[in-house]
Design a protein around this ligand. Sequence first.
Ligand SMILES: [Zn+2]
Length: 256
Amino acid sequence: MLSVLTVPAFNDNYLWIIHDGVHAAVVDPGDARPILAALEAHKLSLVAILLTHHHSDHVGGVSTLLQHFKVPVYAPRKDPIANVTQALDEGDIVTVPELGLKLSVLHVPGHTLGHIAYVAPEQGWLFCGDTLFAGGCGRIFEGTPTQMLASLDKLAALPNDTKVYCAHEYTISNLRFALAAEPANTVLAERFEAEQAKRKQNIPTVPSNIGLEKSTNPFLRAREPAIARQMVADGRAKNADPVAVFAALREWKNNF
Ligand SMILES: [Zn+2]
């Protein structure tokens, strides 16, 4: 039986450890210290490192971890990352034999050009780095809105009960923006209350799930007539084309 440990790092990052009580694989170890501490506390031995994209808050701990554990490093083929042993692309399958874990790889460009996401179909888990966030999405640093929307569509096509392990606790500010974009969404209003209650007790709002994201995350809802109409009426989007609406939402959020 596998489970996922939440390892907070920096101001608002989450690093993820997938483990079976003995062996562990780490997703996006931006900092080695909290990972080493968590491995020690839970008496786990690291067997694999999985990376979603090249930003330092996702890969910064890799070289230190490799000094402690000689393990394979899985990473996107198209992002520039050091120490990679297995370069991955869309459709690849990662097998971590010690954990009996199989992950399928989705190429989700936009935040970076090489960005990948890992899906564990058997467990219903998605590790999506900085592509999809709870209530939001990553900034488009390297790709285009067309690419980013296609990447988010790929993630939205996963089963509704898929748990979304994203890399940051941005949920409250994301949902504040979501409410501005779609004030009449009652599911969104309820979610905002529920997530605020969690944060007041310092409980992570992550993982989320795909079904909840599809019903409340404006970046998965660029095709919703109510959102598209309002974006055009407010002069933010030129027309109701999903890419135009999505790009306008992203632009608005950048300055929100
Ligand atoms: Zn990033």
